[in-house]
Design a protein around this ligand. Sequence first.
Ligand code: GYE
Length: 300
Amino acid sequence: GGDEKPADDNKGGDDLISVGFSQLGAESGWRTANTESVKASLTEENGIELNFVDAQQKQENQIKALRDFIDQGVDVIAFSPVVETGWDEVLQEIKDADIPVVLVDRTVDTTVEDPYVTWIGADFKQEGTTAGEWVKANVPDAKIFELQGTLGSGAQVDREEGFDAVVGAENIVGKASGNFTRAEGKAAMEAALQAYPDMNLVFAHNDDMGLGAIEAITDAGKVPGKDIKIVTIDGVRDGLQALKDGKFNYVVECNPVFGDQIVDAIKKVHNGEDVPKETIVVDKAFDQTITQEEIDARLY
Ligand code: GYE
């Protein structure tokens, strides 16, 4: 806290902004890169005293962390909600405590009015649409199995909505969640290979689940990228390598490296400056023409 807030007793020194950051977990390569970016940017050098807590994909852990931040009287709360709903009570408590919220990555669905000052994240629906457009143009007879992310998360709900609207429900033979992890993606894919023998394309809501699917497809004696095509979202290095190796067919980027934008937002919010209600992190998309140079130049 600065001079404008005399009652502020944060321990980090006079000029640091104390920030409680509730990260939802460490479920994927994307998340690991996002956490690294947050920790690299929210530093004392950049004027931030960071209290970072990983909720291990459990909403109750996040709610507990948020309540701890209120008790600690942090200057700003930043958090990435594991699912969209179930935050009404704690968001109201944060509001009553007069602590501004910077929402990061995933979105909330709440009855609380003005629950956050600003949100920074990707356009998940557009990512799904971009994936769907590739499928429609390149595999028009696709029989699609959709490997969903954590059910009820903004990233799952919106990617699915964008994708399904483009490809059409009649082309989707089944759906199951792999909770955005490699292990659960593999398990869901093993079951799907049994349940939907006519499936010829997987749309995985992230690279990690797609990488799990590669293992399941290979174990079943089929060729990933050929017998069963794979379209994913994220563009982490392992995912792009799978694309270059012909195992993935199309990858829509979701850039996790936006710690600097989060710092910028935190400072403005703390100083009472105007901030946009949303900041969209810009994404690209890649097909199998990706080069090794492009992969090596990636930050994540
Ligand atoms: O795509 C996935 C991660 O919320 C955008 O969460 C994020 C998603 C990302 O588990 O890999």
